[in-house]
Design a binder for this molecule. Sequence first.
Ligand code: IMP
Ligand code: MG
Length: 169
Amino acid sequence: MEIKTLIDEIKIQDRIKEIAKTITKDFNNEEIILICILKGSLFFTADLAKRIPSNVILDFMKVSSYEGTQSTGKINLKLDLSTDITNKNVLIVEDIIDTGRTLTYLKEYLLNKNPKKLKICTLLDKKERREFDLEPDYTCFEIPDKFVVGYGLDYDELYRNLPYIGYIE
Ligand code: IMP
Ligand code: MG
């Protein structure tokens, strides 16, 4: 399969540094619980966390809604939080927003736990594909409607380990 580069490593890292500064400031240098949405935002969460100088707590959730390149339309919660987020600053860290279904579900689920503040940070946003009224607070890159892989994103579990973001033609 041929994979073309969409966003290279340097651009990704530069943008993460920038967005980490904004996040740190918006949360007033207070402690933040980063919720990494597995598996796609593994590398993004790791790199972002390293650029936030305030106290960071990491937690993980896993949901599934996608098989191959097609959204199945259902959300399954496969791994839940291990931290109590009541009255805490929380940042959901997601790899990509497509229809917005996953984050609409997650946002509601987490808001029910009464965090002090809940914000959403996404590496990629495919805005034109949106079906749900969902706006992230932080977006690293808006991308066109292409199926992307790399830097955590997969095509049937492959290509997550590419250090850049590419697309399949
Ligand atoms: P949504 O619920 O439709 O917004 O879909 C979000 C999820 O679909 C992401 O967390 C990804 O796991 C997956 N996804 C959407 N677009 C892509 C893509 O281009 N490449 C890889 N995964 C994708
Ligand atoms: Mg995925």
